[in-house]
Design a protein around this ligand. Structure first.
Ligand code: MN
Length: 764
């Protein structure tokens, strides 16, 4: 016969501290092989550690860990768990240290006490943590071993049972936390009995009047209908036994909290509740469950919509049972739960019930696994409770029962980290997450303006990997925008998407700024006034929704400024620009190489240079986002007079103004940008140029040419040759030089070489 865990005992009213021998006896009652000496040592150690400490009630503090241990003996837990319960408050509240506990009680108990101490510290950090679901996950992640959670729940249960000694505001907070976090956690772990007691204790403290009213009404109802319960139980038992089914039928009254939540949920009055009474039918086998169901349904009419088969489809927390409601004797609605003994243990004691199978031997454990948990339908299911199922499978397959507790290590949320905002909001993130991910999880605006982070009060890099329980404070700066490089450094999709969006928006803003400047000049050239209002009127003609769209399109080169002028002033006839735009000669662009080794254009407006021409385009911030390239066939070097050509979606290409290629842009004056070399930058970068040589065909020509270029510190990027005639060869050299002077010196030297017939710069 399966040993059934006894119900968790209600506290006796007379408080008397449990004696040393009583604790040992309680354990020995269900585990004759218990380590008596170990239990005694723990008792003495904790008693001495807590010394004369008192609880709020005036009781010796030591009574508390003993009561917690007693609750766990009711759940028939192993020695290590009981000892950990006795020791659970020593490290945090007394002089005791974890090292000492490890030394005296071994690594297993040491690890359990360590887990409990961590949870206790977490309590202090997270007083305001409002999101129960995440906090429960945090508990699970930090606990590391399911036994730590069992002790924690027993600890909370005892604190709730003695809550009346606390100050009222504290009482309310603890009760609310119990309702939000610990009761659901007990539920998730399948410990319904514990959950219900926690809920009722919390409810009593949060809504004392409502609690009193419901309790009184329940008492009245019970007194009135006691005969009904007995009658129904008796009729049921007889009908089942007549069909050869042994069943244990018990009537059960709902708890005040569950009645109240049903009243709240369904907005009904107490009187309208039909299922205050429930009956539990415990039978021997799964087949008997369905046989009993058949008997019930053929004896009384069933209430439609109330039938649920959780044996065929277990709940997430491994709960299995058949539920149905019938119109029973005396036209009473009767709610029934039909299940086997093993299912009932799991329903009441959840994970703690699984621990019992430690004593049962492998065969019954296998059976329990088969009927209690591992259902074929669930094999493919992914869910938070798979680990529980795995645990039971391991138990069933393992060689020794000890392996069960070995495998209760929580793997549940090991791939997540849980952190707090300074205000106590809990943020769940994937493992490996950084403060940047955290910032975006709090709010996109916080992420976009993040410039620094403090972790647990200390400055930390934004790329620091976060750990469980970290309190993260993000420093922000208005107007900051996230560097595009962050995108590859974050782990959350939300952060990645937000960074991409912000980067795109910043680029768009820059193009719009550029477009705005281009338009200003285009209108000026056309001797027309420009205003955004006028432009707004022309939006339909331009097929754009906003003026911002027009600016960005012009900036990107997708729309030409002349078209915009004509859209605003339809009667305007523009004269095309001459082929070599004078205005371009003394532009104000400045080329610099940025940290990521790409060339960028800056404009002296940003530096505020006094000699800037007024028609230059001073664009701040353009640096980061307009890539600069050089004339593809011939390049450009400092000293050349240059012009920039804006290419849609590409950026700016810099041409020497003598480039033949510029003719292609004659009819698109809006694409021309005034740029010029920054003399300070000269000599710090190499720039591309192309030379065309004609040389006599003789051995060693290449070597001589290469030597000249090398002597002058030029870089040859590419050489190609083509034999033109038998005597002469055409050679094209792509090289990079510091500036025009440098290039001119190389050309002069090459021209001086005997085999070289001619040297010309190429401006394609
Ligand atoms: Mn405690």
């Amino acid at each position: 016969m399966t040993p059934t865990p006894r119900a968790i005992q209600e506290p006796t009213t007379a408080r008397r501290m449990m004696r040393q021998y009583e604790l040992v006896e309680r354990v020995k009652r269900y585990n004759p092989a218990a380590d008596e000496a170990l239990l005694n040592r723990a008792y003495v150690y904790a008693m001495q550690a807590h010394g004369t400490q008192k609880r709020a009630s005036g009781d010796p503090f030591f009574a508390h860990p003993l009561e917690v241990a007693a609750i766990l003996t009711d759940l028939h837990l192993d020695d290590a768990t009981i000892v950990a319960a006795v020791l659970h408050d020593t490290v945090e509240d007394t002089e005791a240290t974890l090292e000492e506990i490890r030394r005296l009680f071994g690594p297993e108990i040491g690890a359990l006490v360590d887990g409990l101490t961590k949870l206790k510290r977490l309590d202090l950090v997270s007083k305001q943590a409002a999101q129960g679901e995440n906090f429960r996950k945090l508990l699970l992640a930090v606990a590391a071993d399911v036994r730590v959670l069992l002790v924690k729940l027993a600890d909370r249960l005892h604190n709730m049972r003695t809550l009346q000694h606390m100050r009222e505001d504290k009482r309310h907070r603890i009760a609310q936390e119990t309702l939000d976090i610990y009761a659901p956690l007990a539920g998730r772990m399948g410990m319904q009995e514990l959950r219900e007691e926690l809920e009722d204790l919390a409810f009593r403290n949060i809504e004392p009047e409502v609690y009193a009213t419901i309790t009184q009404r329940l008492a009245r109802l019970t007194a009135k209908s006691e005969r009904v319960v007995e009658t129904i139980a008796q009729v049921l038992t007889e009908k089942l036994s007549a069909q050869g089914i042994t069943a244990e039928v018990s009537g059960r009254q709902k708890r005040p909290f569950s009645i109240w939540s049903k009243m709240e949920r369904k907005s009904v009055a107490f009187e309208q509740l039909s299922d205050i009474f429930g009956f539990r039918v415990i039978v021997d086998t799964v087949q008997d469950c369905y046989a009993a169901l058949g008997i019930v349904h053929t004896s009384w009419p069933m209430v439609p919509g109330r039938y649920k088969d959780y044996i065929s489809t277990p709940k997430q927390n491994d709960y299995r049972s058949i539920h149905t409601t019938v119109i029973g004797p005396k036209s009473q609605r009767v709610e029934l739960q039909i299940r086997t003994r093993a299912m009932d243990d799991i329903a009441e004691y959840g994970i703690a019930a699984h621990a019992h199978y430690k004593e049962l031997g492998i065969d019954s454990a296998k059976e329990a696994a088969r009927e209690g948990s591992v259902h074929p339908k669930l094999a493919a299911e992914s869910g938070a409770y798979q680990w529980l199922r795995r645990t039971i499978e391991l138990l069933a397959e393992g060689d020794s029962p000890e392996e069960f507790l070995e495998h209760t290590k929580l793997e549940l949320f090991q791939d997540q980290v849980f952190c707090f905002t300074p205000k106590g909001r809990l943020i769940a993130l994937p493992r490996g997450a950084t403060p940047i991910d955290f910032a975006y999880a709090v709010h996109t605006d916080v992420g976009n303006s993040a410039v620094g982070a403090k972790i647990n009060g200390r400055m930390a890099p934004l790329l620091h990997e976060l750990a469980n329980g970290d309190e993260v404070e993000i420093s922000r700066s208005d107007g900051a925008s996230p560097p595009a490089a962050w995108e590859s450094l974050v782990v959350t999709g939300k952060a990645r998407a937000a960074i991409r969006r912000a980067t795109r928006a910043a680029v768009r803003r820059q193009y719009a700024g550029l477009g705005r400047q281009i338009l200003d000049r285009a209108f000026e050239r056309a001797a027309k006034t420009f205003s955004e209002d006028k432009l707004r009127g022309a939006l339909p003609r331009l097929a754009r929704a906003t003026t911002e769209d027009v600016f960005a399109a012009v900036g990107r080169g997708e729309m030409f400024s002349g078209d915009v002028v004509r859209a605003v002033y339809p009667d305007h006839r523009d004269e095309r620009r001459p082929s070599t735009p004078q205005g371009a000669l003394n532009g104000a662009g400045r080329l610099v190489r940025s940290a990521d080794q790409t060339m960028r254009l800056t404009f002296p407006g940003a530096e505020g240079k006094a000699e800037d021409r007024s028609d230059a385009i001073p664009i701040r911030g353009l640096t980061g986002d307009l890539p600069v390239t050089f004339a593809p066939n011939g390049g450009a070097v400092p000293g050349d007079r240059i012009v920039g050509i804006l290419t849609p979606g590409v950026g700016v290409t810099v041409y020497p103004i003598q480039s033949a290629a510029l003719a292609a842009f004659d009819n698109e004056p809006e694409r021309w940008l005034d740029v010029r070399w920054d003399t300070e930058a000269s000599g710090s970068e190499r720039f591309p140029a192309r030379l065309a040589l004609k040389s006599i065909n003789e051995p060693g020509v290449f070597a001589q040419i290469a030597q000249v270029i090398a002597d002058h510190d030029g870089n040859i990027d590419n050489i190609s040759m083509k034999r033109r005639t038998q005597d002469f060869t055409d050679i094209t050299i792509d090289l990079s030089v510091w500036d025009l002077q440098h290039l001119t010196a190389i050309i002069a030297e090459l021209r001086g070489k005997r085999p070289v017939n001619s040297v010309e710069r190429v401006n394609g």
